[in-house]
Design a protein. Sequence first.
Length: 198
Amino acid sequence: MARHYAVMPGYFPTPLIRALRREALLRDARGEFQEAGIGRREDHQHDQRVRRDRTCWLNGSTLAQCRLQEELEQLRLAVNRELFLGLFDLEAHFAIYDPGAFYRRHLDAFRGNSGRVLSVVLYLNQNWNSDLGGRLRLWPKPHSRVVDTEVEPLGGTLVCFLSEHIPHEVLEAQAQRISIAGWFRCNNTTAERLDPPR
Ligand SMILES: O=C(O)CCC(=O)C(=O)O
Ligand SMILES: [Fe+2]
């Protein structure tokens, strides 16, 4: 992660991706998704100019989620072993971008606020092609306007990046785009403050 990000096509097996996709669609059909907001808790706002996806938190209630959590736990342990990031726990949600939806350039964390250290995104799309847009654009050099990486949201691909360091954007999708976004957090709990907040 010398570049502060990694893109790993085919990281997750197809049956797991299919099961997670089915679950996202089912929970969406049951009305469990909510319009996504920006900021946490009291700062939470909905701003359609910034993002237009809908989200639904993972709750560990299905076999597919448990499998995914096991995989991500292995990743957490490996990253802590190799990179000493002190990752502590994970929060993650399904996200659906309907045609026309996007998420403008942003950072997932600002120093000291959410404890988010490592962002992970995995895609649940079948038969995606580049005409459908919806690429994830990363700015590994935040002070330059030069974009050097765009990732197609292909089912099974995992993207990881440092939450405080890599601005990124989801380009407008032309077809329904389904993903899981998660954040490994560090443990900033002190006597005065429970963090990550529960
Ligand atoms: O879906 C993606 O490619 C990235 C999503 C994202 O940036 C976020 O949810 O914070
Ligand atoms: Fe993000």
